[in-house]
Design a protein around this ligand. Structure first.
Ligand code: BG6
Length: 483
């Protein structure tokens, strides 16, 4: 079926702070992600270590008098290399490239009158280059890179003023780029506000009296992001009929550890809190009753106006998007915990895991697609899916990444089966077409790409690009339709 569908989008995804570099070009200010250093001693499997930053670490990073290395300030130098990279994407057979823009390039302080011209010019060039190469750009507006200036001055997303600052940015983006970009996602993985409130919302534990206040502030910040998301939909639907707005959620997939109804129920509750809640608000347009109950039971009081409730109701998304990497288990007697993307989950004895402890579950992707399609009946787009591995260039300047081919092949097979099941899926972007700096561990060593980039964890190297085996495999898949 997909072979006949010429419009299906096949490609790769990245984010600004993981690829661009040029952190101070054109007046750009620092974003929260660019203030996290590389830590060579980090235990990769220990999520609490991975996310252990405190406010002072961020403040210290501005002066950087400890001489630490901040990888996301350098990325893979896409800022200067985008033409070559996009040409390689085309050669691989990609017809879609999901990327994000950097808010701090447009409004370094967040509240300036006018945007920086360099930012407009840079992204116009990138989008033009995509179209020249027959690649559809799909754009995320905020991907873990809130400008620090907005955090410092306004307390990030906790302050409703940030909605206004964000909409100022969005107005510029739509005005300048609506002819270039059809598909937009206001936020990457909106649920990360709760898992990593520092980068997701721009708030810090140290600023709150206790865990309860911190949690309440996280939900309030999330509410402001929901409102911003709905305002974007409203603007697009009223003034830009040619563009489509999607939500993007980190799909936290879990199975009950066994068929004991207690565990099944626990899993269901977990899925509501960690996954369905976010899709429900943005796709159905209201706070589900299970969340209202949760807030009540946990004494969480949010400032939500009638205007907000109406806005959410009237402005639901055009499509649903999500990242999918792994799955885990939930339930009692679940002794072995395993790290997956963003959360700690139980082990599943039927699955293998990556070096970072993420369990590989292609069938889970088919289950997820069926579940989301039948729950929301909105077109679906897989925004991220891929495998991070330690890799080195062989002496013949290749990387034989058969494991990545296996990973991608098995997931694509399942998404094709989901389409046969009747799911309306219109695109798939692997994470990533090219090696990038890791989001969680700030290292270059955790490589996801079909294209190898010669930089190490300290941004040392030639920066040259090399095609891995997966590049040739994907190219053949796009040409022949054969997996
Ligand atoms: C997703 C993020 O959660 O996971 C990406 O949207 C990120 O930005 C990806 O890179 C993989 O995570 P990591 O930590 O391995 O880079």
């Amino acid at each position: 079926m997909y072979k006949n569908n010429k419009d299906f989008l096949w490609g790769g995804a990245t984010s600004a702070c993981q690829i661009e570099g040029g952190y101070d070009i054109g007046g750009k200010s620092l974003t929260i992600s660019e203030m996290r250093p590389f830590n060579p001693k980090l235990n990769r499997k220990n999520l609490s270590e991975v996310f252990a930053y405190n406010k002072q670490d961020y403040i210290d990073s501005i002066k950087n008098d400890k001489g630490l290395h901040y990888p996301k300030r350098y990325g893979i130098n896409f800022y200067n290399n985008y033409k070559e990279d996009i040409a390689l994407f085309k050669e691989s057979g990609m017809n879609v490239f999901r990327l994000s823009i950097s808010w701090a390039r447009f409004f370094p302080k967040g509240d300036e009158e006018n945007p920086c011209k360099e930012a407009i010019e840079f992204y116009k060039n990138v989008f033009t280059e995509c179209h020249k190469n027959s690649i559809e750009p799909v754009v995320t507006i905020e991907h873990s890179d809130l400008p620090y200036s907005i955090i410092e001055k306004y307390n990030g997303w906790l302050n409703p003023v940030t909605i206004k600052l964000f909409m100022k940015l969005v107005k510029v983006l739509f005005k300048e780029f609506n002819q270039y970009v059809k598909y937009w996602m206001p936020f990457n993985e909106i649920n990360t506000v709760l898992m990593a409130p520092d980068s997701g919302a721009g708030i810090f534990r140290e600023d709150f009296k206790n865990e309860h206040e911190y949690l309440q502030a996280s939900y309030q910040s999330l509410h402001h992001k929901f409102i911003a998301q709905a305002e974007v939909v409203k603007l697009a639907h009223s003034d830009y009929k040619n563009i489509h707005i999607g939500c993007m959620v980190a799909n936290i997939s879990t199975y009950p550890i066994d068929c004991n109804p207690i565990n099944v129920l626990e899993n269901e509750k977990y899925q509501q809190l960690m996954k369905y809640f976010f899709f429900d608000v943005m796709a159905k347009g209201f706070y589900p009753t299970y969340m209202l109950k949760y807030f009540k039971n946990n004494s969480i009081v949010l400032d939500i106006s009638d205007y907000d409730l109406n806005l959410l109701k009237e402005n639901t998304v055009d499509f649903i998007s999500f990242s999918y990497y792994s799955s885990g288990t939930m339930g009692q007697k679940n002794e072995e915990v395993n790290s997956s993307n963003l959360v700690l989950l139980g082990k599943n004895p039927f699955l293998k895991e990556t070096e970072w402890g993420w369990q590989i579950d292609p069938i889970g992707l088919r289950i997820t697609l069926n579940d989301l399609w039948n729950r929301y009946n909105l077109p679906l787009f897989i925004s991220e899916n891929g495998i991070g591995v330690l890799e080195e260039l062989n002496s013949d300047e290749t990387v034989d990444d058969y494991y990545r081919i296996d990973y991608l092949k098995s997931h694509i097979k399942q998404l094709l089966l989901a389409i046969e099941d009747g799911v309306d899926l219109f695109g798939y972007t692997m994470w990533t077409p090219i090696d990038v700096v890791s989001a969680s561990t700030n290292e270059m060593s955790k490589r996801y790409g079909m294209i190898y980039v010669d930089y190490d964890d300290y941004h040392k190297g030639t920066g040259k690009r090399y095609k891995k085996s997966s590049f040739h495999w994907f190219k053949n898949f796009r040409k022949t339709g054969k997996l």
